[in-house]
Design a protein around this ligand. Structure first.
Ligand code: HEM
Ligand code: SF4
Ligand code: SF4
Length: 703
């Protein structure tokens, strides 16, 4: 098995263990793991509604932001506080379901072939959701917000977008303006959400009937769990921003800020490298390696009456009904887009012309699968049924590649049961079941397939069930005795015995009794073997664990920014290096060659020298760098920005700068003794008017 195969298989084992556990509490229909994409959308709804409430009270100013959030949290705790907590916890829950949704699509191999589109359009959603959370933390303007703002700005500064350093704005209160909060509020409340809505629309665009709403009970349960969590453990701010004092530790929301601690030891370039590397790998994943392509469904216009059932049933929106092109009396015809077709064969199951009662030569439905046509399928059924004997003969249909079916087949003995493989259970038109029973090819029919949203092609279980129950076209004819049909939907983790048990139950039922068939009305029911007494405790435990998980990682474990006996120094200034050469007087001859409006006496080089910096504490060099000039022509100022952690206590600081081509010594320097208090934050600045360095200290400074 390849590395990819092993990874997917291991993932499936873990996923299915978890699903099995949850299934015992929630049941298959309500199992949250079967509604991950829809749950993510639902959590975004909660985030949106709670966000609107917060916005009504939020003040977009440096001084107002923190206090308006504090008002909501403490004064209006019964509503504003709950809304704030819901806003945070639903955002965190969305990351959990989003991550599981992604893992699920990967481990079940639903991201390659023509499914690449949903996968590839999912990745930008990550790049929208995470910044959405980050900008949200920014708006609260507490100590965590300050750390988030500073670290995000350091990351952005690495990109060649801004000529000036953005991080500098977060080093002193006077550098920060209210306009910044207005911008942030716009990005968080309007910009990113709009892109996200568009992104989700695009993401599910190619999917027919995407499941965007989870079942009501699941919505109610998860909302109730988050409301309980909001009262029990309300979301709180982490102290007002004091840029002069670095918080020792912070409660980090690990769902959104997971990579931020990396910046303590990694350069922003490495962090960008990691994030871009992961994204590129994810983008390329559907083609690593590409999925072996199967033949797409093919339309035979001579047999297509334009009824549109195939287009309605196709789970991947691969069929479009177009105006008739062959002059036949019908209005429309089915057209398959091979780039969207997943070769699931469900369209064959929905086509009214796919009936085995037609003469062999004429069994050519309006739409068919080149890899397993309806005619070949009928032939297969005829061949297999010939091997059956006894008066309780069962024909079992299974989907190809279905693990449990393969195991069931390998243990079959005797001639009372036989199996037929088809592409997906919904490939089988109900008329084929009628054919098997009315032509006495078998006494009972078992249809197997994956349940719990695990159908590889999404709707196999649903369409088959509805057709057999005569609720969806093409319906099973009334003359067919449904007691002779059993559905054995397999949870992927269920044991082999489930198919065997259904077969045994069907065989034992009087309905398939060849002799006593008349007047029997007994339903096949599987011995479930699962007690219901665990249902409630398991569901409650699952919700409790969900709450703990959401609440815990939203602030724990605390992130240690600096040690108890440490302080911080930030070097932050811009300074232009000298020009790379002297100005030169132009000769009269050179001047004559220039157009009159461009004549100037001196020719000065535009380019500037880099600025070299050395910073040391008690004689130990902590930072030494040569900062290049900014600007397209290298004629702008050089930016110097660096955050350094140093021990608290008395330190002799030295900063030296060279902006010329001198080899030794410094053009500007400052040496000063500072007695650092633990956590104290000092900013080293360069005054461009006075042409000198200064230390910006704070109120805790004993000097
Ligand atoms: C905001 C985040 C996301 C939301 C709200 C979301 C939601 C959804 C929904 C509702 C579906 C349709 C499910 C169905 O009806 O069967 C879906 C399908 C899918 N999603 Fe996402 N998704 C998100 C992010 C992602 C990401 C990050 C990836 C992977 C990189 C991804 C991969 C897929 C794939 C491959 C499918 C198609 C499954 C199939 O064809 O059966 N999604 N998503
Ligand atoms: S084979 Fe499946 S995906 Fe292709 S057209 Fe038919 S229903 Fe749609
Ligand atoms: S279901 Fe069959 S007959 Fe109807 S439009 Fe599709 S191919 Fe044509």
């Amino acid at each position: 098995m390849t590395f990819l195969g092993t990874l997917q298989k291991s993932g499936r084992v873990i996923f299915e263990l978890l699903r099995r556990l949850l299934d015992r509490g929630f049941g298959s229909d309500l199992n949250p793991l079967n509604h991950l994409g829809a749950l993510t959308i639902y959590f975004f709804w909660i985030v949106t509604i709670s966000g609107i409430w917060l916005f009504l009270f939020f003040k977009t100013s440096v001084s107002g932001a923190y206090h308006s959030v504090e008002y909501l949290t403490h004064e209006q705790w019964y509503l504003g506080g709950v809304m704030r907590s819901l806003h945070r916890y639903a955002s965190d829950a969305a990351i959990i379901t989003l991550a599981l949704h992604m893992i699920r699509e990967f481990v079940y191999d639903r991201y390659r072939g023509n499914r690449w589109f949903s996968w590839v359009t999912g990745i930008p959603l990550l790049w929208l959701v995470i910044p959405l959370g980050i900008t949200g933390y920014w708006l609260v303007w507490d100590q965590l917000a300050w750390y988030v703002a500073l670290t995000s700005a350091e990351l952005l500064d690495w990109l060649p977008i801004f000529s000036d350093s953005m991080a500098r704005n977060f080093l002193s209160a006077d550098a920060l303006s209210n306009r910044f909060f207005t911008l942030m509020a716009f990005v968080h409340l309007i910009g990113l959400p709009l892109f996200l809505v568009f992104g989700i629309w695009l993401h599910v665009l190619r999917i027919n009937g995407p499941r965007i709403n989870p079942p009501r009970a699941l919505m109610a349960g998860s909302l109730a769990a988050m409301i309980v969590l909001s009262f029990a453990w309300p979301a709180l701010s982490q102290g007002e921003v004091d840029m002069a004092q670095v918080p020792q530790s912070l409660g980090l929301d690990w769902y959104y800020l997971l990579v931020y601690p990396l910046l303590k030891t990694w350069s922003p370039g490495w962090v960008w490298g990691l994030l871009s590397g992961i994204s590129l790998l994810l983008f390329a994943a559907p083609w690593l390696p590409p999925q072996r392509s199967k033949s797409a469904a093919a339309v035979d216009l001579d047999n297509c009456n334009g009824c549109a059932r195939c287009a309605d049933d196709c789970p991947f929106g691969a069929i479009t009904m177009m105006d008739r092109s062959d002059g036949m009396a019908y209005e429309k015809e089915a057209v398959v887009d091979p780039s969207l077709c997943m070769s699931c064969a469900m369209c064959v199951g929905s086509c009214p012309t796919a009936t085995p009662f037609r003469r062999h030569s004429a069994l050519s439905p309006g739409i068919d699968m080149p890899d397993l046509s309806a005619a070949v399928l009928r032939e297969k059924i005829l061949q297999v049924s010939k091997k059956l004997s006894g008066n309780r003969r069962i024909l079992v249909f299974g989907c190809e590649g279905q693990n449990k079916m393969a195991k069931f087949k390998s243990r079959l003995n005797g001639s009372e049961t036989a199996t037929v493989d088809i592409i997906c259970m919904a490939q089988l038109p109900p008329s084929f079941i009628d054919f098997v029973l009315s032509r006495d090819l078998a006494d009972g029919v078992v249809l197997t397939g994956c349940t719990g949203g695990e159908c590889l092609y999404r709707f196999g279980e649903e369409w088959t069930g509805l057709r057999i129950e005569r609720q969806r076209d093409p319906r099973l004819r009334k003359r067919v005795d449904t007691d002779r049909i059993a559905l054995a939907w397999q949870e992927p983790w269920s044991g082999l015995s489930d198919i065997a048990a259904v077969v045994a139950a069907l065989r034992d039922s009087q309905a398939v009794d060849h002799i006593a068939r008349q007047g029997v009305d007994e339903k096949i029911s599987l011995p479930s073997g699962r007690g219901n007494s665990w249902k409630l405790p398991l569901t409650v435990t699952a919700y409790a664990l969900f709450m703990v998980f959401v609440g815990w990682l939203s602030v724990w474990p605390r992130y240690q920014l600096i040690e108890q006996n440490q302080a911080m120094v930030s070097l932050s200034f811009s300074h232009a290096g000298q020009r790379i050469g002297e100005c030169r007087k132009l000769t009269q001859e050179e001047l004559n060659k220039l157009p009159p409006n461009m004549r100037k006496a001196d020719d000065c080089p535009r380019e500037r020298l880099p600025v070299r910096i050395t910073f040391s504490s008690d004689g130990t060099t902590l930072y030494e760098a040569s900062r290049p000039p900014t600007g397209l022509w290298s004629d702008g100022e050089s930016n110097v920005y660096r955050r350094l952690v140093i021990p608290a206590g008395p330190q002799k600081l030295f900063i030296g700068m060279v902006d010329s081509s001198r080899e030794a010594g410094f053009d500007y320097s400052l040496e000063q003794e500072v007695d650092f208090l633990p956590g104290q934050h000092v900013v080293v600045e360069f005054d461009s008017i006075a042409q000198s360095f200064s230390l910006k200290r704070n109120s805790h400074d004993p000097d």
